[in-house]
Structure formats: C-alpha cells, structure tokens
Design a protein around this ligand. Structure first.
Ligand code: HEM
Length: 458
C-alpha cells in the first residue's frame, strides 16, 4: 500500500478520521514516541455486545485499563516468566510424546501444548484430557474474538446507534448472534476461575496466578473483596483467552510446521546446530537457548513470515499529534499494518522467502537486522504484555520438535511447486490470521530420539 499512497494514509470512514500506518519507522514515531497521546482504543461495539468489554485489550486508556494491565504485568514481565519454565518443560514432553503416538494430529497437540502451559500458569489446572472442557471454552472464545474484532465486518462499528435496535428487528441478526456468544464469553471469564477458586478452597490448588492473587488478598485484607474479585476474573480471563485461544502463539507454531515442510534445508541446518549443542542423548533445555542462534533465528522468522495479527489491534489518539508536518487529529483511529511491515523489501529482501539467515552475521544474531518482534506484538504502552511468555513457549516447542523429529511434506505433495503453494498468503477475513490447513509427515529422527521421548513420558 505504501508504494502507491505513502507510509501514512488518511481515510475518512463515515466521518471517523482513520490513519493507516504502513511503515515500521512511522509506527514507532506515532505509537511509541507519542504513546502518551496514542494509546487509547477505539470503541469496539460488537466486542462490547458479546461481553468482551471486560478484557483490558479492548478497554480505553483509562484507570480501569491501567489497574488491570499492572496486575497482568506483575505475573508476565520478562523478569518473572522464567517461573513458568518448568510448566513449559512438562508440557513439551507431553507434546513430543503425543507426536510419537498420533503425528497426524500435530496441530491439535500444539494447541494443547500452548493451552496446557497457560492453564497451569493462570489457574493451576493441568490439562490432561484431549477433550478438555476449559480448552474448548477458550478456543470458542478465540473464534468469537477474531470474528468481532475483524475490521469492517459489522456495520454497527460504523453506526453505533444500531446497537440500540431490538433483537427481533429485521436486520438485527448481529444482535441475535451477540446474545448467543455472550454466554460463551461469560464462560471464558468465569468457568476456569471458579474451578481454580474451588480447588483453592479445598486446599488442593496448584501454584498459579489465581492462587497468588487470592492468597495475597487474604493475607493483606483478610479476604477477597467483591471489587477485587471482578479485577481478578478480568485479568486471569484475558491471560487465559489471549494465551489459549486459537490465536497468537498457536498460529506462530503452526507457521513453524509449515515452514519446515516447505524449507527442508532450514530444518537440516537447525538440526545440525541442535546436534552440536544439545547432543543426541538429551532434549533441549532453556540453558541451551543462548548457544542456538540458528534456532532463535528460525523462531524470529516464523513470527515475521506469518503475521498473526495483520492489522494488530487499533489504537486511538486522545490529543492532536504532529507527524512529519501532518496533523493527526485527536480522536483518530490508528491502524498499524504489521503485514506490510513484515513484507518491507528493504528490511527483508525477498520477503516471502523463509530465511533465518537474515537475522545472523558471522554465526551470531545480527543486532542490525530488524527484529520482527518489534512490530508483530504491537507498540508503545499497548505492546503485548504476553510476549515474554509466548517466546518461552515457542522456543521450547520449536527446539524440541526439531531435535526429536523430522518434518516432511505429506505424500500427496510431490513436487516443489506444490510445496510453495503452501507458503504464506496475503491475509483476509478475521482479526487473527492462520496458515491455511496443511498436512505433514512427522517421524522421530532416530531410534535414540524415540526412546528418549518414551522415557520422558509421565
Ligand atoms: C505469538 C503470540 C502473540 C502475538 C503475535 C500477540 C500479539 C498482540 C498484539 C499485536 C497486541 C496488540 C498490541 C497493540 O495494541 O499495540 C496484543 C495485545 C495483548 N496481548 Fe498478545 N500476542 C501474543 C501472545 C500473547 C499471550 C501468550 C498473551 C497472554 C499470556 C497475550 C496477552 C495480550 C494482552 C493482555 C494484550 C492487551 C494489551 C493492552 O491492550 O494493553 N498475548 N498482543
């Protein structure tokens, strides 16, 4: 888009000033340097109608948002996420073991890997069953989130007055849908939270975000006030929803499997590095991460190659902002086009190609290469607070799967032109983007690898 219209595009959408930001540098100038003025959110009417207003991800730049974000941050910032590593390590052994038994269900197992870690971290609940009800609730919540946050999908976003028409009114199908979905969203916020509180009351709860919040409250105030209980449900609910649903980390992990199918040379290079650093007798640990530049580069390239949230989540300006001689009026909706940033041919020559080498120089991470995490997780005061947790989760899965398994195209894909068709596509539709469905053939790299996985079963 910037090729034709420039890096900042102004649109008047039914009287609503809307700015599309196409370049990374411009996004930093507007959303980071001026973040005190550009960290509000526009109103998401459909999200409110389905009950998603409790998520601080959709709240305006207010005290309620600040309060919830502060609580969330205290459990997920870079300095504390290592406390969840034992959980990721347990879940990755489960993932490897399931891949041995049912490799064709790799996407399903990946969902359980990501969701299992977040369920433990947030509620102290261990997900064992393939058909776990809490996983199903979160996945349903994720589908609804992606639908209602899709830009331009609902007329009510442009004409909020429509939200007042009665449900039976002709053309009010969006309201009937919202009424049905409200029950699902209510379950996301309360079902696992209530189960965790029951376990705390019985005295058999695992250590978690919920148990810490409740225990601290009892210690400091002698109990949990009704007001605090609402905040605890909001904050644990958003962590569970954002971490477990069909989005984010899972979409990046799916892109990893796809990239390994399409680019076998990359896979071989990453495996050679793992063989040298980790060796054949054990599985990767976090202590290996610093010595695995190529695997780290694969992980970064997965995030860039497949953009999970192509238009991120819109911000809104609360004051006039000047950028490069232009005036961005207060009240503008600010949309950062992460898809276009990920395809910037200057930062990423041959951008559709999966090429971890772009982040490396002399066998080490190249500090001059643009790190895609700087835009794929948003900007300024709204930057994704779940990034450190999701990076820990992704590293361990990517390193462990590559170390133990070979990922090949399914037998039905017999030549390279068919393979390339599996590559990334310009996203369309929902707020969250997923690679198209694909199959792959996953087999242990050696008998030793299979036996290590067997031994680590629990
Ligand atoms: C690959 C994984 C992920 C990606 C690509 C991703 C991306 C994003 C993006 C683009 C935003 C909006 C940022 C902005 O408005 O500028 C966001 C916000 C958010 N994310 Fe993530 N996310 C991921 C994983 C997670 C995880 C695992 C969690 C929870 C543990 C999480 C929790 C949140 C929350 C709570 C917000 C709202 C922040 C706010 O509005 O203040 N995310 N994420």
């Amino acid at each position: 888009m910037s090729k034709h219209y420039g890096e900042v595009v102004y649109l008047d959408v039914f009287g609503q000033p809307t700015i599309i930001i196409d370049s990374y540098e411009t996004a930093v100038a507007i959303l980071e340097t001026s973040s005190a003025s550009t960290s509000d959110r526009p109103r998401f009417v459909m999200a409110e109608l389905v009950g998603l207003g409790y998520e601080f991800a959709v709240m305006g730049y207010s005290n309620a948002w600040r309060q919830r974000r502060r609580v969330f941050h205290s459990f997920f910032h870079q300095g504390v996420v290592s406390q969840y590593r034992p959980v990721h390590l347990r879940e990755v052994r489960r993932l490897l073991s399931k891949l041995l038994d049912e490799p064709e269900k790799f996407l399903h197992h990946s969902r359980h890997y990501v969701g299992g870690a977040i369920m433990s971290a947030v509620y102290g609940i261990e997900v064992k069953d393939q058909n776990d009800k809490f996983m199903a609730i979160a996945e349903r919540g994720g589908e609804i989130f992606s639908d209602v946050m899709a830009p331009g999908r609902y007329l009510v976003e442009l004409v909020p007055l429509l939200a007042r028409i009665p449900t039976w009114f002709p053309g009010a199908s969006f309201k009937r849908k919202a009424a049905r979905w409200e029950r699902d969203i209510h379950d996301v916020r309360t079902a696992a939270y209530n189960a965790a509180c029951e376990a705390i009351a019985r005295g058999d709860a695992g250590l978690s975000m919920t148990s810490s919040l409740v225990d601290n409250s009892i210690r400091e105030h002698g109990g949990v006030s009704a007001e605090d209980e609402e905040i605890f449900k909001d904050v644990t609910g958003v962590a569970y929803a954002a971490g477990t649903d069909t989005a984010s980390t899972i979409a990046t992990l799916t892109a990893f499997f796809l990239a390994m199918v399409v680019y076998p040379d990359v896979q071989r290079k990453a495996q050679a590095e793992l063989d040298e650093i980790v060796g054949p007798d054990q599985l990767p640990e976090y202590s290996h991460q610093k010595s695995l530049p190529y695997v780290n580069a694969v992980m970064k390239e997965c995030s860039r190659w497949h953009t999970v949230t192509p238009l991120l989540v819109p911000h809104r300006s609360i004051k006039d902002v000047e950028y490069n001689g232009y005036l961005i009026p207060a009240g503008s909706v600010l949309i950062a086009n992460a898809w276009s940033m990920s395809r910037d041919p200057v930062a990423y020559p041959d951008p559709d190609r999966f090429m971890p080498e772009r982040y490396l120089k002399g066998g080490k991470m190249n500090p001059e290469a643009r790190d895609p995490l700087k835009f794929q997780f948003g900007f300024g005061r709204r930057i994704c607070p779940g990034m450190p947790f999701s990076q820990d989760s992704l590293f361990l899965a990517i390193a462990s799967v590559l170390h133990a398994y070979t990922i090949r195209p399914p037998p039905s894909v017999d030549d390279s032109s068919n393979l390339m068709r599996l590559g990334p596509k310009t996203p369309s539709g929902g707020a969250l983007s997923y690679p198209d469905p694909f199959g792959c053939n996953i087999t242990p790299r050696s008998e030793l690898a299979a036996s290590i996985i067997q031994q680590s079963r629990f």
